[in-house]
Each structure stands twice: as structure tokens, then as C-alpha cells.
Ligand binder design. Structure first.
Ligand SMILES: [Zn+2]
Ligand SMILES: [Zn+2]
Length: 264
């Protein structure tokens, strides 16, 4: 009953957003400046890059704990120590901080879904520069559990992936993997517990992506626990390989790192 009421409120808010857009000219949904864009150039210019050297594997800042050899290897200490992930590599278009963090909060918690498209466009230049650029991927957004989808009204990762598909011509696959278990918000948990929390939360559709190379899309990654669990389900269902691209990369990828705690 509570869920149904929340879903109704979410729908009403979406309708209200639409009505307000008809009455008022567009403005930046992050800073409020009037202009033709829902995300203004000034806000985008303040998005911060993940500082290099960037770990080739997990996309975290490889500094500051890496020694000279690690810098050459371009791996963070944890990946250098052989930390196992189901995906090949992960990258974030921006560091999860400052204005991009505010924009993601507006998108998800204030449900300003119009921010998804301009935010996705900021991922394109990263996609053209990553070590896995130029490959033919099938785009798969990290799915939300149906109960969360009802509450929010949309899946932000799906909106991002949709724009990326339009822009790159890569196919979009929305039905190959499902979230079968509702999990505790990752934000409430520390590193290792995040991995246990999302274990077996996903289920792939056998054969749906057989032999295909997947680019998994999410809004924020930090410990990569969610991306890892989703990747495992996709591989189990027959996918050939998984890479991960997120709008923002939080923390330094270290288990237990509480520097940035995005909510899912
Ligand atoms: Zn702005
Ligand atoms: Zn790493």
C-alpha cells in the first residue's frame, strides 16, 4: 500500500514537471540559471575528471597509495594485488564530487529525468578515450529492482544508456538481466558488506546475450560491487565480456572507502 501511494506520488510529480515545463522557459536543473539547456555549460565545465593515473582495471585514482612501480603498471594497489572482478575494466566519466554529484542527486532523488540526456552526452568523450574505445558493444544499463523502479518512476542508468545508444548507434538491451532481489541501499554499507549485499541480486536471461561484448552502464560506481554482481549474472547467461562505464566514479575503489557514498 505504501509502495502504491509512493508510485502515485512519483507519477504525479512527473506530470507536474511536464506541466511546469509548458509554463516556464527551460532552465538549468542544477544551478537554476535560465537558458536553452536543462544542464548549462557552466555547470558541465565544473565537472571534475578522475585524477590520473587512472587504474586500468577499476577506473579509480591509482594514487596516492601506489608506489613508483604501480604507477608504471597503471593499476591501483588493490587491482595490483589481484582483486578479482567479473568485468574486464571499469571507468567513470567524472569524479563523483561537486557539481556532477549535485546533478546526479537532482536526477535521482528530485526525479529530474530531463537531466539524463545532457548528462549522458558528457559521457561520450570518455567513451571515445577509454582503453576499450572503438569496440562494438551491446549497451546494458544496470537494472533497478521493480519495487525501486515503481518508486522512482524511471531507471536513471537506462536513460543514460538510451542516449548513449542513440548517439553511438550501439544496440541497447533492456531485457537481458533483471534485478531479482531488493537490496539494502549500498550507501548504508561499507566496502565488503556491499559485495555481500548485492551477491545474487541479478539474474541474466540465458542466451539473450550469448557471445556478445557488453558495455554495462550505471550512474555511479564506487566499490563496483553492484557492477560486479551484474557482470557475473551476464557472464553466467552467456555474454562474452563485460566492460563498465559510469557517469561518475566515487572513492578510490578501496574496500571500505567511505570518501564518497553514493546511494543507489
Ligand atoms: Zn547550471
Ligand atoms: Zn584498480
Amino acid at each position: 500500500m505504501a509502495n502504491a501511494a509512493a508510485a502515485l506520488v512519483a507519477t504525479a510529480r512527473l506530470l507536474l514537471d511536464g506541466a511546469l515545463d509548458l509554463l516556464y522557459p527551460p532552465r538549468c536543473l542544477v544551478c537554476g540559471d535560465f537558458g536553452p539547456l536543462y544542464l548549462c555549460a557552466a555547470c558541465v565545465s565544473e565537472f571534475e575528471a578522475v585524477q590520473s593515473p587512472i587504474c586500468l582495471r577499476c577506473g579509480a585514482e591509482a594514487e596516492p597509495r601506489a608506489g613508483p612501480e604501480e604507477r608504471v603498471a597503471r593499476l591501483c594497489p588493490w587491482c595490483l594485488a589481484g582483486r578479482a572482478f567479473a568485468f574486464v575494466a571499469a571507468r567513470g566519466a567524472h569524479a563523483y564530487t561537486g557539481v556532477v554529484r549535485a546533478a546526479i542527486h537532482r536526477l535521482k532523488y528530485d526525479r529530474r529525468r530531463r537531466l539524463a540526456e545532457p548528462l549522458a552526452l558528457t559521457m561520450l568523450s570518455t567513451l571515445s578515450r577509454v582503453p576499450f574505445a572503438g569496440r562494438d558493444f551491446v549497451l546494458v544499463p544496470v537494472p533497478l529492482h521493480p519495487s525501486k523502479l515503481r518508486l522512482r518512476g524511471f531507471n536513471q542508468a537506462e536513460l543514460l544508456a538510451g542516449t548513449l545508444a542513440e548517439q553511438t548507434g550501439m544496440p541497447l538491451e533492456l531485457h537481458a538481466v533483471r534485478r531479482v532481489r531488493a537490496t539494502e541501499p549500498q550507501a548504508l554499507l561499507k566496502g565488503r558488506h556491499r559485495f555481500a549485499n548485492v551477491e545474487d541480486a541479478f539474474e541474466g536471461v540465458p542466451g539473450a546475450l550469448a557471445g556478445m561484448d557488453i558495455l554495462l552502464i550505471d550512474d555511479v560506481v564506487t566499490t563496483l560491487a553492484t557492477a560486479n554482481a551484474c557482470s557475473r549474472a551476464l557472464l553466467k547467461a552467456g555474454a562474452q565480456s563485460i566492460h563498465v562505464l559510469a557517469l561518475a566514479r566515487g572513492g578510490r575503489g578501496l574496500p571500505g572507502d567511505a570518501a564518497a557514498r553514493p546511494q543507489e
